[in-house]
Design a protein around this ligand. Sequence first.
Ligand code: DLL
Length: 435
Amino acid sequence: MQYFQQEIETMSKAEKRALQSERLVNIVKYAYENQTPYRAKMDAIKLKPSDIKSIDDIYKLPFTVKQDLRDAYPFGMMARPKSDLVHLHASSATTGKLTVAGYTQKDIDVWAECAARCLVMAGADKNSVVHVSYGYGLFTGGLGMHYAGEKLGAVVVPASAGNTQKQIQLLVDFEADIICCTPSYIIYLAEEIEKMGLKIGKDIKLKGGVFGAEAWSEGMREDIEKRLNIRACDIYGLSEIAGPGVACDCQFKTGMHFQDDHYYPEIVDVDTLEPLGYDKSGELVITTLTKEGMPLIRYRTRDIASLNDDPCPCGRTSVKLNKITGRSDDMLIIRGVNVFPSQIESVLLKNENIQPHYHINVDRVNNLDTMEIVVELSPHIALDEVAHVEEIRKKLSADMASALSVSAKITLVSPGTVARSEGKAKRITDNRKLK
Ligand code: DLL
């Protein structure tokens, strides 16, 4: 069995628990001393860092939510001055304001180590050619897997997202054996590879891949593994905690091994927030045990999943995260990009030619996510003023693409067409079937 850090990955449960306890005690003290929002939260419930004596006390600590990060935008949550940070990453938040995460060099090293463990789980070693098709930028996918490949000593191909024909050319010419991208993109790549008549094993030498940033099913996994003859591993992460590599499947697919020496997972009941045991579905909550730049304590991810502690034949002893089955908020993930309906609404509200009565249709066509925004024209514009309506549509389309970082089809309809609701508006129809 190959490991990146065998001693840690196969450490006994008792040793792990002791390590987690020591780290939790330290991080709570550190957060209290260096992060004003945590000091305020703990003071409010009269909790002192010295009340946290082991990992068993984690339940005493207050939760952190996305709103806390938004309130602290951009640097209020950082535990270190800007001069100590080496990276900023960010993802969308409900109002269009980004949630920002700051990393010190040590944070980047830990992240790279955790993500390198994942590459090894997918079958990589230092002789590998790792092709990274996640986007590079504020999104953590590209750079996270890039650092992981470097940490492993592999050759990294920073292909980034898009330009499929070129990606395939690079896969063939550089003989990549490992690929990192979203599950929907690997299916699209597989289809293009088939269309081009390339031979799996001869022209395309992939052996494995880490696929994440969006939910996917066991059915999709089987399809990917069969089409490309590879090991397809699910990889989980979020920019607030540490991008890709927080958890990942090994070849036995018993659940994603959570890197619980650095990130401590809990599952809580969505309504009562009471901790739930293994194999029970609820909201995933994560505490960073070692982060310096922006530690997060009991961060509510809004992802719905369960944990399992069954032994894994690979010998890794970490707790495992079962597939993410949904979210407890209204965030949509379109081709790997996080989109909140409120971001769409704020673009619509800025345009006087339309009314903010809208409906979002999400689907998956040829394995790629599609999004249509159906929106009503203002009463002073008639649908048969074709040229004018087309001009409005084009402008809206461009504004939307720039605000969301993902394209959407805009369909303009007459006033009164979009169904009104008496209670909570149901604005989204998500037809993607996790087959
Ligand atoms: O998506 C980080 C990442 C990049 C993970 C590449 C894996 C691979 P964010 O943009 O902050 O970060 O989005 C985080 O994406 O809370 C989940 O809802 C969703 N997500 C991430 N990985 C998975 C997965 C990156 N394997 C949000 N399965 C998370 C299901 C996932 N959902």
